[in-house]
Design a protein around this ligand. Structure first.
Ligand code: BDP
Length: 726
């Protein structure tokens, strides 16, 4: 019987609505049940199997991955190996390159393929030798793999009853996860267990989980990982550890993932016995050249080095009176013969500097615009301070037009509630990518300054500090998987909306049960702003508890460097609050291009979301709402708390449509989030009230805690070591 198209859609939807199936959090967004081969067929094909035959190659490991993913993702496929030359039948799915599936040569898609580069792909419904077929084609095996994952994602999340006409290629060349994993198995700022790599077992035993990790990344189009912490030890460059890294690279390779390493700048001293690590010393350069050769002999597709130099105690070229460019270029020269890159971090601020901390990276690097070698990318955090819940964009975006600038985002929630709070970060990253730098006049978004469209650079990249670890659910908080997903999707296509990402991830992870589909994306999309509200609203920043960075400590003033202390940043006093970064203050606004600069510097034009970042404001300053700053501040904190209660209620209402295990685990996290939000509100408002001396406005609840109690109890339940790094 021929069903009208709507019914097909219903069959499709129902078959995917498996709300109560015992989902395994380990499976991430890839765990959905196979899509029926006939699913979502266009009217013309209704009643027929839409995908009955898979014609693909099996000569390489990646080709076999493509075959296995499609076979597992679509039930009822008969696989024909292209090498056997099998005839093309109606309902065939052809997945390959023109080399691996020769029949593709007759599809007339060559011209489109020529525009896709090494990693892009197309998915098309075409007529081949008079028969309706679907084609997933690319110029490389990995491109086909990306296409296969995308195809399965579309079948699971979109109405694909029309013909396929998809052409995709990644906007960034390097799409990397930075792992801050230490060689002892701990993870700096990691909240999801231990390092996935299990260094001590390598290279003899490679945890099979690493293939699952690489697969998850490939499903998003991520193509590399930096294995070790930016606070690097030289030991990671010893032969022993390079062999371990090579074993990881072997697992990653079929998935298109390359291995990179953080390099300690002083390694020639520590490993090579040289007296110094001066980048202009020929002996130092020769040591790095030999090291690069050694690495490439073990890992032929080694990606390159990530370097944190002259920052927070790490060694670097400045120690020898040399510049950042000298250091980066020396390493770049060692890697260039092998096609490797250097990612030189811009997270530099010097203890002796004395200027506004947020200005220091720009001051340190801007003078060298144009001096970096062509295989160097300068890796810049999204904001000029340090991964706060909200920051303006870093002025180095658009500030060094002759340099390849690579954004560094933080997926792990160092300042946004670790593994305990929901903070879906796609909206934060969108806000950043869409911010207008004015570098080439209005409309010069951050994205355009880094994707090659304004600078003309072909070597582009984006990195995210990973939130993965050995926990079964990978990310600590099950909903934090959405941030790994969002980073990967945006690294491939930075034009995607946060909503689309949230909806996709929800459907892939939880199925398409309508109440889940209506509730969870909403909670995801609201969550980051809620975290801003209850922790650091209106441009406040770094009010975090020292060392572990969990919970509020706005009163903290005892750390050895002034610019590690919250009081340095909020500057609350009887006359007001905020950091004056206008020309009357630190003048950090001068680092922005005209257009952005005036907007930030003008208290009337500055977005209220960033008000206290750029301005010092009297408590009675009138806000756009008509309220005073003090009242507005109080109500923002309260609004954040209110959101956590709504989130708990909304989540509780899904108990009958989400499997019990995941539901309970996430409900428990939301309970913590509410308690934490109350703590943030009470701590910040009671403390700031000692300066403002104003009452809380109507609508703000009476505090649940006393200030003394909050000052003396560590929110993580461990004693905050004084004098440590914040
Ligand atoms: C800060 C972290 C610290 C990192 C540093 C960095 O607190 O653990 O080492 O950034 O990015 O956010 O180098």
């Amino acid at each position: 019987m021929k069903l009208p198209p709507r019914s097909w859609l219903m069959v499709f939807t129902l078959s995917l609505a498996t709300p109560m199936h015992a989902a395994d959090v380990y499976d991430l967004w890839l765990g959905s049940a196979p899509v029926p081969a006939s699913a979502n067929a266009p009217e013309a094909m209704a009643g027929a199997e839409r995908f009955s035959w898979l014609v693909t190659g099996s000569a390489t490991a990646t080709q076999r991955l493509v075959r296995d993913e499609l076979r597992a993702g679509l039930s009822g496929l008969t696989v024909l190996d292209a090498a056997d030359g099998g005839e093309v039948r109606a309902g065939a799915l052809l997945a390959g390159t023109p080399a691996s599936v020769p029949a593709l040569a007759d599809t007339g898609l060559g011209e489109t393929l020529a525009t896709l580069g090494a990693e892009g792909f197309l998915i098309r419904s075409v007529k081949l030798r008079g028969r309706e077929v679907t084609v997933i084609a690319a110029n490389s095996d990995v491109g086909v793999l990306y296409g296969a994952f995308h195809f399965l994602r579309l079948l699971r999340t979109a109405d694909t009853s029309a013909r396929f006409d998809v052409v995709e290629k990644p906007r960034f060349a390097l799409r990397l996860l930075n792992h801050w994993d230490n060689l002892d198995g701990s993870v700096e700022r990691g909240y999801a267990g231990r390092s996935l790599w299990k260094w001590d077992e390598l290279p003899d035993r490679v945890d099979p989980r690493l293939a699952d990790y690489a697969r998850a990344n490939a499903s998003l189009g991520l193509n590399g990982g930096v294995l070790n912490n930016v606070n690097a030890r030289a030991q990671s460059l010893t032969g022993e550890y390079l062999r371990k890294a090579a074993a990881i690279a072997d697992v990653f390779r079929p998935y298109g993932m390359r291995v990179y390493l953080s390099a300690r700048f002083s390694a020639p001293i520590e490993l090579g016995g040289l007296p110094a690590a001066d980048p202009l010393d020929p002996a130092v350069a020769a040591w790095w050249r030999a090291k690069a050769d050694e690495i490439h002999a073990l890992i032929p597709d080694f990606g390159g080095f990530l370097v944190k130099a002259n920052s927070e105690g790490q060694p670097g070229p400045l120690t020898y009176g040399r510049t950042h460019a000298d250091g980066a270029n020396m390493l770049a020269a060692a890697l260039a013969p092998h096609g490797g890159v250097v990612m030189w971090r811009a997270f530099v601020y010097e203890p002796e500097h004395g200027s506004d901390r947020i200005s220091q990276a720009y001051d340190a690097l801007k003078p060298f615009d144009g001096d970096f070698a062509s295989n160097v990318l300068v890796q810049v955090k999204n904001g000029p301070l340090d991964f706060m819940p909200r920051e303006p964009f870093h002025p180095l975006f658009g500030g060094m037009p002759k340099t390849r600038i690579m954004p560094e985002l933080q997926i792990t929630q160092e300042y946004l509630g670790h593994d305990k709070q929901l903070a879906f970060l796609a909206p934060m990253w969108r806000e950043f990518l869409d911010a207008d730098t004015h570098s080439h006049g209005p409309g010069s978004t951050v994205l355009k300054t880094v994707d090659g469209s304004l600078g003309g650079h072909r070597l582009t990249g984006i990195a995210g500090v990973a939130n993965t670890g050995s926990d079964r659910n990978w990310t600590g908080h099950p909903l934090a998987q959405a941030n790994w997903y969002a980073f990967g999707r945006l690294a491939w296509d930075p034009g995607l909306s946060s909503r689309r990402i949230a909806e996709e991830w929800t459907a892939l992870t939880f199925g398409s049960e309508p109440r889940v589909a209506a509730t969870l994306p909403r909670l995801l999309l609201e969550s980051r702003e809620a975290v801003v509200d209850y922790s650091m609203p209106l441009g406040l920043h770094h009010l975090i508890w020292a060392d572990h960075h969990y919970g509020p400590q706005p009163w903290c003033d005892h750390l050895p460097r002034p610019d590690w202390n919250p009081v340095y940043f909020h500057r609350a006093a009887v006359d007001g609050i905020g950091f004056d970064r206008t020309p009357a203050g630190s003048n950090a606004v001068a680092q922005y291009h005209p257009g952005a600069r005036e907007q930030f510097a003008d208290i009337a034009a500055c977005p209220e979301e960033l008000l206290l970042w750029f301005h010092r404001v009297p408590w009675d300053h009138p806000m756009k709402s008509g309220r005073t700053l003090w009242d507005e501040l109080c109500l923002r904190y309260q609004r954040g708390v209110d959101w956590t209660r709504d989130a708990r209620r909304s989540w509780a209402a899904l108990a009958d449509v989400i499997d019990a295990g995941r539901h309970a685990e996430i409900a428990a996290k939301f309970a913590i989030q509410e308690a934490d939000a109350v703590r943030w509100r009470d701590a910040c408002l009671l403390y700031f009230q000692t300066f403002s001396t104003r009452a809380f406005p109507a609508g703000v609840e009476a505090p649940r805690h006393a200030l003394d109690e909050l000052r003396s109890s560590d929110p993580l339940g461990v004693s905050a070591a004084s004098g440590g790094k914040p």
